[in-house]
Write a protein that binds this ligand. Structure first.
Ligand SMILES: *Cc1c(COP(=O)(O)O)cnc(C)c1O
Length: 389
């Protein structure tokens, strides 16, 4: 029997067996359980698995940080660019505060060092913003910043200038949606921020619904780290909302294979089963994932949970990120050790983002003279990038 599927019919309708009515049984891996019992002994499993509890109890002070990781002088005396914020769940993955996961979220004095190469807005996004919340840099797609809040602040954040600054909030939504409605060349909207999945269910539904009502919008994407830092946010209720707006893609920010816990695997499986294609975005970071073995393990681990590796980024030069910078040459070496050596599906694109847009770096299309790289942008312009080794 032939089944007619219009473009507005969601593929999930044929996945009726995955229409979970009830919330899934909470999963708490051994490591997380041990951490919870040690540092949050009064907290019930139910509270721990409640995403709002996780937000309310996130680590935001140096006292809390010392209570958990010991008084090792994390206190950064001067004002740091980006507030400290870590979910208890993500903190449970930190084996060593100076190790790969710890480095990503625990501030250090290195952040106070600002190099000549660094800028508050390294991609000059603010210049490509026709209305607040919209960055329109490419011909057929826009970035729509819907919130400035994240549940765990990555110390290398490319948008640290906006995080928790209260310039991006629901006031920007309707004018931004109007902009998209008027621009018929836009066929792809990428919701980001901040983390869109920290909005409440009604707000997410409002945004997706408004965008889906625009005839020329073909695909919707959400950029998020929530499945990794706050997997309990991915409730069935949220998944059931998201799957009504297909084709909806999720780009998940993954950094290290240690993030692939039982909780994260379960969440990725449920998202995939709901017909949401999952891709990954990873920032290449010194001491975190800047070696072939770690990167390969991450890419393989992602494929095992049905996440297709999409992008590895050269770390943007936001203020105070020199201690995270990995030379382009190292990124190219990692690419050379993936391409052909493993499944094509495990090979992402290596991207240098710039004020001229994203530039795909491949070992064979980069001209290098000492530390100076001459690269072609997607518009055919030449971009010269001076790297630091
Ligand atoms: C990264 C980005 C996009 C999406 O780019 P893709 O290469 O299609 O994933 C869109 N707009 C802006 C401003 C971006 O930075």
């Amino acid at each position: 029997m032939e089944e007619k599927v219009s473009s507005r019919t969601t593929p999930s309708q044929s996945l009726g067996q995955f229409d979970f009515g009830e919330e899934p049984p909470p999963i708490c891996s051994k490591q997380t359980q041990v951490f919870k019992n040690k540092f949050y002994p009064q907290t019930s499993q139910q509270e721990w698995n409640n995403w709002k509890w996780q937000i309310r109890n996130s680590i935001t002070t140096y006292e809390e940080l010392s209570r958990i990781f010991g008084p090792n002088g994390y206190e950064v005396s001067e004002d740091i660019n980006l507030p400290l914020r870590i979910t208890p769940y993500y903190a449970s993955l930190v084996k060593d505060p100076y190790g790969p996961i710890g480095k990503c979220v625990i501030p250090t004095k290195d952040e106070l060092i600002v190099s000549d190469y660094e800028e508050e807005d390294p991609l000059h996004e603010d210049k490509s913003s026709p209305v607040p919340g919209i960055i329109h840099r490419y011909p057929d797609r826009v970035l729509f910043l819907v919130t400035d809040f994240c549940s765990s602040n990555c110390r290398y954040c490319t948008r640290s200038r906006i995080i928790s600054k209260n310039d991006i909030n629901r006031k920007v939504w309707d004018p931004a949606i109007e902009y998209i409605r008027k621009h018929e060349e836009v066929r792809d909207v990428l919701l980001s921020g901040g983390d869109p999945l920290l909005l409440n269910d009604d707000s997410i539904e409002y945004l997706l619904n408004s965008l889906r009502s625009i005839e020329h919008i073909e695909i919707l994407r959400i950029g998020t780290k929530v499945p990794v830092v706050l997997p309990m946010r991915i409730t069935n209720k949220l998944v059931n909302i998201m799957k009504r707006f297909h084709p909806l893609y999720l780009s998940i920010h993954f950094t290290h294979p240690d993030e692939l816990t039982e909780e994260v695997k379960e969440v990725c499986e449920r998202l995939s089963n709901s017909g949401i294609p999952l891709g990954s975005q990873t920032v290449l970071l010194k001491g975190v994932n800047d070696d072939i073995d770690t990167m390969k393990r991450l890419m393989h681990g992602l494929l095992r949970v049905r996440v297709r590796p999409y992008y590895i980024y050269k770390c943007d030069r936001t203020l105070g990120t020199s201690h995270f910078q990995v030379p382009i040459s190292k990124g190219l070496e990692i690419m050379e050790n993936l391409i052909g050596h493993t499944s094509g599906y495990a090979v992402p694109n290596f991207i240098l983002d710039s004020p001229f847009g994203k530039i795909r770096l491949l070992p064979e299309n980069v001209k290098r003279e000492n530390n100076v790289y001459t690269i072609k942008t997607f518009k055919g312009n030449t971009f010269v990038y001076e790297d630091v080794e």
